[in-house]
Ligand binder design. Structure first.
Ligand code: K2U
Ligand code: ZN
Length: 167
């Protein structure tokens, strides 16, 4: 396994739309293992393949307190979105920025797992928010794009300054 580089906003590659996974094979499972290692090391609660510059519909999430319950979602689709909730969000691609975003309170998601079989997840709370956040990544959308133009401009400038300082 290896840790992968996480793209930083406003990298244009974060706006790529991910393609469906055709076959859940060893190559996909190896990528998922690397994504999980990268997520745990960050540390983060979730990670989308888009963030590591792989444009396939793959998400890894571990919203457990014990950090030992990895959820893998391949080709996820939302079957139902219920209610409305505001939750503070962050993003490994936008370090140091935390903002309240309005999301569905609960979601029902259908996806393929590591075995390639379909399964459904009913999620609420942090898991629900994270699933919606990660599925946005697969659509090429970063959470800061829900904010005002002024906030987006300030965040973009802050990220570009961080990039210059770490170069
Ligand atoms: O996509 C990512 O960069 C991973 C996010 C997932 C996430 C976003 C919003 C709410 C929960 C999870 C990272 O885990 S950011 C770290 C974090 C965790 C909990 C709450 C806020 C930020
Ligand atoms: Zn994110």
């Amino acid at each position: 396994m290896s840790r992968l580089h996480i793209l930083r906003y406003p990298d244009p590659r974060l706006h790529t739309i991910a393609a469906p996974v055709e076959e859940v094979n060893e190559s996909i499972r190896s990528l998922i293992a690397d994504m999980a290692e990268t997520m745990y090391a960050a540390p983060g609660v979730g990670l989308a393949a888009t963030q590591v510059n792989v444009h396939k519909q793959i998400i890894v999430i571990d919203a457990s307190d014990t950090r030992d319950k990895l959820l893998t979602l391949i080709n996820p689709e939302i079957l139902a979105a219920i209610g409305v909730a505001d939750c503070e969000e962050g993003c490994l691609s936008v370090p140091g920025i935390y903002e309240k975003i309005e999301r569905a309170e609960r979601v029902v998601v259908r996806a393929r797992g590591l075995d390639g079989e379909h399964f459904d997840v009913e999620a609420e709370g942090l898991l629900s928010v994270c699933i919606q956040h990660e599925m946005d990544h697969l659509k090429g959308r970063v959470f800061v794009e829900y904010l005002s133009r002024l906030k987006q401009t300030r965040i973009r400038a802050k990220m570009q300054k961080q990039q210059r300082q770490s170069a």
